[in-house]
Design a protein around this ligand. Structure first.
Ligand code: FMN
Length: 180
């Protein structure tokens, strides 16, 4: 599949089939995350893969929406603030690096016929406690991975994006309000 078609096919799935994801497929998704680029190649990430029912239940309790309970696998993607590269002005690149790894994984999952969703609006403290995360390791996103059970409307929603004209600036930033 052409890359642009794969990128367009990925969408946020918010309902999953009651069917576990094969470990072989999960390993392929994780491999895509492992090879992601990162600032100064620091790779400041950990992928906590949850398939145990009890822990899945505890992690989905960290998020206020019931649909997460349908997921048979959740990857908690964590950033290691002690490992990440910091620019001279002090800016940590943990979030940037972790986002790239997640994007690799969500696209790899799509390529394998699986679906995913980014979740950042969760109880970070409860999640860190549940997983016994060490100090400096922050859970940045919950990524359910599974066989989707939602309908076509969800996929249509995914196509709602700003136009190229609204977001692209050639040579210098263009302040004039965009007219449709
Ligand atoms: C950084 C980030 C955080 C997000 N957090 C949540 C979340 O907490 N809950 C949720 O349902 N979706 C979340 N999303 C999914 C977005 O709502 C979704 O990507 C966006 O609406 C575009 O839809 P699409 O992914 O289907 O293309 C998040 C996405 C990103 C990139």
């Amino acid at each position: 599949m052409a890359f642009i078609d794969l990128a367009k096919q990925r969408y946020s799935a918010r309902k999953y089939q009651d069917k576990p994801v094969e470990k072989e497929l999960l390993l392929q998704v994780l491999e895509a995350g492992r090879i992601a680029p990162s600032a100064k190649n620091k790779q400041p990430w950990h992928f906590v893969v949850i398939t145990n029912e009890e822990i899945l239940s505890d992690i989905s309790d960290c998020y206020a929406r019931n649909w997460l309970k349908t997921a048979k696998c959740i990857i908690v993607v964590c950033g290691d603030h002690h490992q990440a590269w910091r620019r001279a002005d002090g800016k940590s690149h943990t979030d940037v690096d972790v986002a790239i790894a997640i994007d690799h994984m969500t696209l790899a999952a799509t390529d394998l016929g699986l679906a995913t969703c980014w979740i950042c609006k969760f109880d970070v403290i409860k999640c860190a406690e549940t997983l016994d995360l060490p100090e400096g390791v922050e859970p940045i996103a919950l990524i359910p991975v599974g066989y989707p059970a939602d309908n076509e409307n969800c996929k249509q929603q995914a196509k709602l994006r700003k136009s190229i004209k609204e977001i692209v600036h050639w040579d210098k930033f263009y302040y004039k309000p965009f007219k449709r």
